[in-house]
Design a protein around this ligand. Structure first.
Ligand code: KG4
Ligand code: ZN
Length: 350
């Protein structure tokens, strides 16, 4: 495989993390993430304009730190990969404007990267091939099951019809008075409880899709009905049990049906211990391996954007003058000269 010979600078600002990474070959030399969780806590969710302003403030310090950690200067950079879709447009615009300015000033190629491709490839950073796998993407904005057969060969085989799994955690936590972000709060509270409250699992039958809107309504009703008698730890355990149970069961079933030997779990909700355990259990029976990247690569980060971008830059892909950002976008197409996707030489980097 021909690697991109010079360091690649990667920029991610699609939501509430300002991240700058440097990759050389496919090795991560720096991956700086500046989180806005504290800022958005006051609103209980991400406010796009506030996120954009915070990205502007955090970008240059993150860039300086990344270059220092990689022991490089801007003049060493040979290409730029930037998340340009999908995401919050005011937030994406900050990273894209910075990336375009840098590419112009340095005279280096630039490429827009699909945020979900970054997540899909994140467990394979440093691997010499991307084997056929089933990827469960679970974050605050996404819940998708993707059958991936190599770079750009993606098929969405299931997705949420309404709320994302992370959103279901966040909204439930708010209803239970557990704070923001909800996932870690629910996981902690659940440690002291038992899943004794029955909650709806969403869609039934033979489907790989998900629905969490009825679930959220059921949690709201439970809180109203129980009032001060509500056992919060038990309610948190019930929320976690229900969401992770349905995710694990469908992901394992999809991996089996699509003939994938590996199930990967990416996105912020992949941090959830119950989800990892349930997925491992459901997959063990079918002989499917579960692979979860290290936590710092599960949540939003520029290293995964740099890896996806490097693969495409190496194949000669370049963005045109019209590079723009988009709030939604279908998964990207295969790269032109795709030398990856050959599972025979897999060498896991994580
Ligand atoms: O990928 P991410 O950092 O940001 C985006 O949404 O793009 O994911 C954040 C989501 C939030 O909804 C948060 O509540 C959830 O991931 N999350 C968790 C856990 N840690 C973070 N959900 C369940 N259990 C966790 N331990
Ligand atoms: Zn994400």
């Amino acid at each position: 495989m021909r690697l991109f010979e010079r360091p690649v600078l990667a920029i991610e600002t699609s939501c509430d993390e300002t991240s700058v990474a440097v990759l050389l070959g496919h090795e991560i030399r720096a991956n700086v993430v500046s989180s806005q969780i504290e800022l958005h806590r006051q609103w209980g969710g991400v406010v796009p304009e506030a996120a954009a302003r915070a990205h502007v403030e955090a970008f240059l310090p993150a860039l300086e730190t990344a270059l220092r950690q990689a022991s490089l200067t801007l003049q060493d950079i040979g290409g730029i990969a930037v998340t340009n879709r999908p995401g919050l447009v005011p937030a994406l615009s900050v990273g894209l404007t910075a990336a375009r300015s840098l590419a112009f000033a340095l005279g280096v190629p630039i490429l827009g990267v699909h945020h979900l491709e970054g997540h899909i490839l994140s467990p394979w950073i440093g691997a010499s091939a991307i084997p056929h796998h089933l990827c469960l993407i679970v974050s605050g904005g996404h819940t998708e099951l993707v059958s991936a057969q190599g770079v750009g060969h993606y098929e969405i085989v299931g997705q949420t019809l309404d709320d994302a799994a992370g959103e279901a955690f966040d909204k439930s936590a708010r209803l239970l008075g557990l704070g923001y972000p909800g996932g870690p709060a629910i996981q902690n509270a659940a440690l002291g409880g038992k899943p004794t409250y029955p909650l709806p699992k969403g869609l039934s039958g033979d489907t790989f899709d998900f629905s969490f809107s009825g679930f959220k309504t059921a949690v709201s009703r439970l809180v109203e009905k129980e009032g001060s008698a509500l056992r919060v730890a038990d309610a948190a355990a019930s929320v976690q049990e229900t969401i992770t149970g349905v995710l694990a069961k469908r992901a394992a079933a999809a991996a089996e049906q699509y003939g994938a030997q590996t199930l990967t779990i990416v996105g912020g909700v992949a941090a959830n211990r119950a989800l990892r355990e349930k997925a491992a259990l459901a997959c063990r029976q079918a002989g499917i391996e579960v692979l979860v990247p290290p936590l710092e690569l599960c949540t939003d980060n520029a290293a995964m954007i740099g890896f996806a971008g490097s693969l495409r830059l190496e194949a000669g892909e370049r963005a045109g003058e019209d590079l723009d950002c988009h709030s939604s976008s279908p998964l990207p197409n295969p790269i032109a000269a795709n030398r990856l996707g050959d599972a025979s030489t897999t060498n896991r980097g994580s």
